[in-house]
Design a protein around this ligand. Structure first.
Ligand SMILES: *Cc1c(COP(=O)(O)O)cnc(C)c1O
Length: 407
């Protein structure tokens, strides 16, 4: 069984429902009971693997995790309540007060807030670098550095860094490379092949399919030796190679209560089965639309990493199957942008990514509403720029909608 879709449908090691249901049902329950006190005690001590309480684990959520593990050939997978829970739980598993983290300012809005405000308030020093400048990244390391973090394609700038080179830099300092792959989930980007130790992503996006539910994933690809991490020493003694996942699940995730609901796990497992079909279609639509927008005289600066004009085209093609389904473009002014967006009839004004429907936002006004103009200029987010998340519609209808709105 090699094909991605076959694997998504027929997971090799799957938990069986006791009634033999062909699809794992939604187990909406909090607690599980045991045959005897001795069994209860053995399960609590971890001698027998069984579910105890649904904040810690649940059959429907576990089934979702096993699907992801099978598709990514990962060491292990932790499903969480949102993409933000995945980002924050992964980082909190690796840092304590006094440590430092290297990242970039070209991050998802709430992730940026976590690095700019939350972590510094907890005594963690965050260094922001230009990840395209590898010398600058190298120089940012010091004896307290614990993590190098970035996103595969930054949003909305759509910049692409050389992930293998950055992984090599992190590994030369015995530091794990943690990457948010939401823009390019595992069918598009083989994180393990490019040296990503911990992959985090929002399963709200391509995986859920149609924006049905919020969720997140932490994937350990099993390439980093966790005995190199002081903070995980005790966990390494207990769990060996699973030290990161052990602390992530047993201490951070269970303690913060970042649980994924069984209903959302069910919806996302269902989404996973058709993810490849939707990704193929949406990404082909995005490339076609980007090329088409380039030739529209009312539109400027169409940005999509697989366009030949993009400075990231060659690198993006080396790393990714597709450049995702997000593109940006500019019109003459902010007023024109508002008028254009209000004239659209099919494309929806909404902030999600990777919905089946094509969505549009003005990142300047909607995603970063409370940042100063100067900050937004520093992040290269302009008032006349719009971001499209291209859906799976018949692309001629989307082109026609854009044409009529421009008129
Ligand atoms: C959406 C998104 C997140 C956050 O995911 P939620 O499921 O909304 O919490 C994190 N990173 C990136 C790159 C995203 O696009």
């Amino acid at each position: 069984m090699k094909g991605f879709i076959t694997k998504a449908l027929h997971v090799t090691k799957q938990t069986k429902d006791i009634h033999g249901a062909l699809r794992m049902p939604i187990y909406e329950n909090a607690a599980y009971e045991f045959a005897s006190s001795a069994e209860f005690s053995d399960v609590s001590l971890g001698k027998i693997a069984k579910h105890v309480y649904s904040r810690s684990s649940n059959p429907t959520v576990e089934d979702f995790e096993l699907h992801i593990k099978s598709l990514t050939n990962a060491l292990g997978v932790l499903a969480l309540g949102s993409g933000m829970a995945a980002v924050t739980n992964a980082i909190l598993t690796l840092v304590k007060a006094g440590d430092s983290v290297i990242t970039t300012k070209y991050l998802f809005g709430h992730t940026l807030t976590f690095f700019q405000k939350t972590l510094p308030n907890m005594g963690v020093n965050v260094k922001f670098v230009n990840v395209l400048d590898e010398e600058e990244v190298k120089n940012a390391f010091d004896k307290n550095t614990r993590v190098l973090f970035l996103e595969t394609i930054s949003n909305p700038q759509l910049e692409v860094a050389n992930l293998q080179n950055l992984s090599d830099i992190a590994h030369s300092h015995n530091i794990p490379f943690v990457v948010d792959t939401t823009m390019t989930p595992f069918y598009i980007f083989d994180a393990k092949k490019f040296g990503v130790d911990i992959e985090v992503l929002s399963s709200t996006k391509f995986i859920s399919g149609g924006g049905t539910s919020v969720g997140g994933l932490i994937i350990d690809h099993g390439i980093f030796s966790w005995d190199k991490v002081e903070l995980l020493k005790d966990y390494y003694q207990k769990a060996g190679h699973f030290a990161f996942l052990y602390r992530a699940r047993k201490e951070i995730f269970q303690g913060l209560g970042a649980v994924l609901s069984p209903t959302n796990a069910y919806l996302q497992t269902l989404g996973l089965e058709t993810m490849v079909l939707r990704i193929d279609r949406a990404c082909q639509n995005a490339l076609e639309l980007a090329s088409w927008l380039q030739n529209k005289k009312e539109i400027k600066n169409t940005n999509y990493p697989f366009l030949e004009e993009s400075p990231f085209c060659e690198l993006a093609k080396k790393q990714f199957r597709y450049a995702g389904s997000i593109l940006t473009f500019e019109v003459e002014s902010q007023e024109t942008a508002y008028k254009f967006m209000d004239n659209l009839k099919i494309i929806r004004r909404a902030t999600n990514l990777h919905d089946n429907k094509t969505l549009i936002v003005s990142p300047y006004h909607v995603i970063y509403p409370f940042n100063s103009h100067e900050e937004k200029m520093e992040l290269n987010i302009k008032p006349n720029m719009m971001r499209l998340s291209v859906g799976i519609e018949d692309i001629e209808d989307i082109k026609e909608d854009i044409s009529q709105a421009l008129r």
